[in-house]
Design a protein around this ligand. Structure first.
Ligand SMILES: [Zn+2]
Length: 76
């Protein structure tokens, strides 16, 4: 598609040719990571990251939210 640009979820960098980017599909129970793939990138709930570092930032946040439930924290 001509003119399509993708935006990094972490830093906001935009690119029309994000060949070394990563795509993540995420839900509460599952996290799926793809090397840049046009088909996966265009899925409705896909998240886009400009490189490994920013994909890792997102993954870390996901782990924190996943493991940060009241049960895992042992109550207040
Ligand atoms: Zn970025």
């Amino acid at each position: 598609m001509i003119g399509t640009t993708y935006k990094c979820e972490i830093c906001g960098t935009e690119s029309a040719a994000p060949v070394r980017w990563f795509v993540i599909h995420c839900s509460d129970a599952r996290l799926a990571i793809y090397k840049w793939d046009q088909v996966q990138a265009d899925k409705p709930h896909a998240l886009h990251f400009c490189g490994e570092g920013h994909a890792q930032v997102y993954i870390s946040r996901w782990f924190e939210s996943f493991c940060g439930s009241p049960v895992m924290l042992g109550g207040k």
